[in-house]
Design a protein around this ligand. Structure first.
Ligand code: ADP
Length: 399
């Protein structure tokens, strides 16, 4: 059975085709600059790379080109489109409606559309990807895998804000959490690598990338997470502010004469390590600038690591102990210095990093010392595989 996984952004589309017999990726690729001059499709079967620069005005055209590439006699991997048994879509917001992945139906589509008001930047491109697939492959079943679903197990004391309850009832204002597919994948992998059943483990998963979030996972279920009503809450990120006193926003709106849209743009695009450093939102740039003596780049890195450390402490309290601390995503998988900085002075939690083992980049590894009571792991995330697995399981179940 072949499953095509699709992850649509507003101007980009990532895809991976899985052979579910062995869970191997047959081909993967990326369409960039959809609807913008300079559109490009990068198609990667195995170690090859084929780049096509052509006009791609919308998601339908993007998916058409992806399907053509997949069945192309020279660089394709399938004879015909009919070999694709199912499609799995990443959908950002499932609200309280979905705690699990679901088979796409008209009702499901209605709910995803309803949730646009909760995720105005993310759900619309997800919908465009789904509709393009419905148009091009009307008989192929499609499954929606939600970024918020894994966090639906949080108890009300973790997801409610300190605002009048009526706003939760009226507008569904609460913490939802994001990156759920990644947190679920790495916590499952951690249990497998530890050789212990998931339901016995207390895990803190740190997804540290451009967007960053941390989850507390008890017995395989999420009990708390740092992102909130939107992906702005929690850790300071590449360009997002993370937690701050809400009054800072109203104060700045008054002082600078900003509209709501301008304030939103500021909080999402101009803050985080970019705003604090004045250098870059990219952690590689910050690390090299700091090495060259840029003090504000150093300050941004220190502030970021401090924020992660504080949440590790908070979640250790929430979980009443921690068996495993996991690092994943671009920064978490690759930056030994950031992992070291975060874990410095966490010995009271029994967290001790082995400097030699910590040199690892982008591969699964234990990086704690033998004596470390809490195991520390690096686990590259694989949201696409998680989406392919859910799609495979749901489609087989429905048969
Ligand atoms: P997203 O999927 O949220 O866009 P990623 O998970 O790809 O983000 O993470 C991107 C971040 O990871 C960037 O800030 C990048 O600088 C950082 N990163 C990637 N590799 C390294 C590295 N070797 N050292 C430090 N940071 C890295």
């Amino acid at each position: 059975m072949k499953v095509l996984v699709i992850n649509c952004g507003s101007s980009s589309l990532k895809y991976q085709l899985f052979d579910m017999e062995n869970e191997q990726v047959m081909v993967k690729g990326l369409v960039e600059r959809i609807g913008i001059p300079g559109s490009v499709l990068t198609h990667r079967p195995g170690n090859e790379k084929h780049v096509f620069e052509t006009q791609i005005p919308d998601h339908k055209k993007a998916i058409t080109l992806v399907l053509e590439a997949i069945i192309h006699p020279e660089y394709g991997v399938l004879q015909s489109m009919s070999e694709i048994t199912a499609i799995g879509h990443r959908v950002v917001h499932g609200s309280e409606d979905y705690a699990f992945s679901v088979l796409l139906t008209d009702d499901v589509m209605e709910v995803i559309k309803k949730n646009i008001e909760l995720a105005p930047l993310h759900n619309p491109p997800n919908i465009m990807g789904i509709e393009a697939c419905q148009y091009l492959m009307p008989t192929v079943p499609q499954v929606c895998v939600f970024d918020t679903a894994f966090h639906q197990t949080m108890p009300p004391k973790a997801y409610l804000y300190g605002i009048p309850y009526e706003y939760y009832e009226k507008y569904k204002i609460r913490k939802y959490g994001f990156h759920g597919t990644s947190h679920q994948y790495v916590s499952q992998r951690a249990a497998a690598l530890l050789g212990q059943p998931r339901n016995e483990l207390k895990i803190i998963a740190c997804h540290l990338g451009n967007g960053s979030s941390i989850s507390a996972v008890k017995g395989g279920q999420c009990v708390d997470t740092t992102m909130g009503f939107t992906p702005l809450e929690g850790l300071m990120m590449g360009t997002r502010s993370g937690d701050l006193d809400p009054t800072v926003v109203t104060f700045l709106m008054e002082k600078e004469g900003w509209s709501c849209a301008e304030a939103n743009n500021f909080l999402n695009k101009q803050c985080g390590v970019l705003g604090l450093s004045g250098v870059s939102s990219d952690f590689r740039d910050l690390e090299s600038a700091a090495q060259e003596g840029n003090q504000r780049a150093q300050l941004a890195l220190d502030r970021f690591a401090y924020g992660v450390k504080k949440f590790i402490g908070a979640y250790a309290a929430v979980l009443n102990g921690v068996d495993a601390l996991v690092f994943t995503a671009g920064l978490g998988e690759n930056s030994a210095s950031m992992r070291e900085k975060i874990c410095q002075g966490l010995d009271y939690l029994g967290i001790e990093i082995d400097a030699e083992k910590n040199k690892v980049r982008g591969q699964e590894a234990f990086i704690s010392t033998v004596a470390s009571k809490t195991k520390v792991l690096v686990i590259p995330t694989n949201e696409e595989l998680m989406i392919a697995r859910d799609t495979y399981e749901i489609v087989n179940r429905e048969k």
